[in-house]
Design a protein around this ligand. Structure first.
Ligand code: ADP
Ligand code: MG
Length: 311
C-alpha cells in the first residue's frame, strides 16, 4: 500500500464543518466570526506512552482524547484536528482499528480530521494538533485563580495510575486506556471558573501549574479528593496516595471558582451527571500547595509526573 492509498483509506473522511479537508496542500478552516481559536498539540510515543501491543482502537481514542482534554481545560469547543503519524510498517488491521477509535470519538464531538502527515519511523509516534473555539475573554487560563476561590476537581482521580500498576482491574484499565475528555464541563465552566487545567500528570503537579501562573497558594484536603472505588479493596494507602495525588492520565479537570458559584456548580454536576468536588481553597502568599491529612497535618507527597525528571 502506498502512503497516499493509506491516507485515503484510513484517514480521509468527508469533513462536516470544514471548507477543505484532507487531500490538498492545506486544509481551509473558517472559524465562527468573532471567536478565538485555541490550539494544542499532544504526542504519544510507543515505548513511552504506550506499549507496542497496546490495543489500537483504544490508542486512536486516547490520542484524540488527550488533545480534546486540553481544549476542555481551556473552555474551548473542539472543531478541527490534524494527525501526524510515524509507523515502522503498514499494518492494515492496526490502522483500521486505530482510525476507528479516533473517528468514533471525533464524531461524538463533531470534530473534523482535516490533515496531517504520514511517514515511516522506528517507533510508532502519534502527534495530534487540535483546534477549538472560545468566545473572546472566556478562555480558562491557568493564571486566573484568585485568593478565596474554591479548588474543585471533576470525576475521580487515581484510576488511570492504578490501571498501570494493576492492569487486571477492569475499571482502572479502562480509565488508563479510554480516558473521557471533559469537553461539556470545560464549555460550561467558561462563566463559572477563574482558572482550569486538565489532570494529565497528577493533581499535585498540575494544580501547582495553576498556582505558579496565578501567583497564589492553595490548601487542599486529601480526604476530600474523590477517588476510584477500587482503592477501597486494595488497602494500600501509599499506593493510593501516589495514584490520587501524583498519578497521571486521569484527564479530569481541576479548576478554581469563586464561592458565589458553589450552588451553580453543584447544579451543573447533577446536570452533567459528573461529580464535581470541592477539595480546598486558594489563598495569597507563595505559590505552594499544602495537602492536609484527616487531622489537618501536612501530608508529604511526590509532585507530578515529569518526563525529564532525574531518576
Ligand atoms: P504534502 O506533501 O503536500 O505535505 P502529504 O502528501 O504529506 O502532503 O499529504 C497529503 C494530504 O493528506 C494532505 O492533505 C495531508 O494533510 C493529508 N494527510 C497526510 N497524512 C495524514 C494523516 N495521517 N491523517 C490525516 N491527513 C493526512
Ligand atoms: Mg506532508
Amino acid at each position: 500500500m502506498s502512503e497516499f492509498e493509506l491516507i485515503r483509506r484510513y484517514f480521509e473522511r468527508a469533513p462536516k464543518r470544514t471548507l477543505l479537508g484532507v487531500g490538498d496542500d492545506c486544509a481551509l478552516l473558517r472559524p465562527d466570526a468573532g471567536l478565538d481559536l485555541a490550539v494544542t498539540t499532544d504526542m504519544l510515543v510507543e515505548g513511552r506512552h504506550f506499549l507496542p501491543d497496546a490495543e489500537p482502537r483504544a490508542l486512536g481514542h486516547k490520542a484524540l482524547a488527550v488533545n480534546l482534554s486540553d481544549l476542555a481545560a481551556m473552555g474551548a469547543t473542539p472543531r478541527w484536528v490534524t494527525l501526524a503519524l510515524a509507523l515502522p510498517a503498514v499494518e492494515p488491521e492496526w490502522l483500521e482499528a486505530f482510525s476507528a477509535g479516533l473517528f468514533a470519538l471525533a464524531a461524538r464531538y463533531n470534530v473534523d480530521l482535516v490533515g496531517g502527515d504520514t511517514t515511516r519511523g522506528a517507533a510508532r509516534t502519534i502527534s495530534i494538533t487540535a483546534i477549538g473555539e472560545v468566545p473572546p475573554g472566556l478562555a480558562l487560563e491557568r493564571g486566573g485563580a484568585r485568593p478565596g476561590d474554591d479548588v474543585w476537581v471533576s470525576g475521580e482521580l487515581g484510576g488511570a495510575a492504578l490501571g498501570l500498576s494493576h492492569p487486571q482491574i477492569p475499571q482502572a484499565a479502562k480509565r488508563l486506556h479510554m480516558p473521557e475528555p471533559r469537553v461539556e464541563l470545560g464549555e460550561r465552566l467558561r462563566h463559572l471558573a477563574h482558572a482550569a487545567i486538565d489532570i494529565s500528570d497528577g493533581l499535585a503537579g498540575d494544580l501547582a501549574h495553576i498556582l505558579e501562573r496565578s501567583r497564589v497558594g492553595a490548601t487542599i484536603e486529601y480526604a476530600r479528593i474523590p477517588r476510584s472505588a477500587d482503592f477501597g479493596a486494595l488497602k494500600d494507602p501509599e499506593l493510593e496516595k501516589n495514584c490520587v495525588l501524583s498519578g497521571g492520565d486521569d484527564y479530569e479537570l481541576a479548576f478554581t471558582a469563586p464561592r458565589e458559584h458553589r450552588a451553580e456548580l453543584e447544579a451543573l454536576a447533577r446536570e452533567l451527571k459528573l461529580a464535581l468536588t470541592r477539595i480546598g481553597t486558594i489563598h495569597g502568599g507563595a505559590a505552594r500547595l499544602a495537602v492536609l491529612d484527616a487531622h489537618g497535618k501536612p501530608l508529604a507527597h511526590r509532585g507530578g509526573f515529569d518526563h525529564f525528571a532525574k531518576p
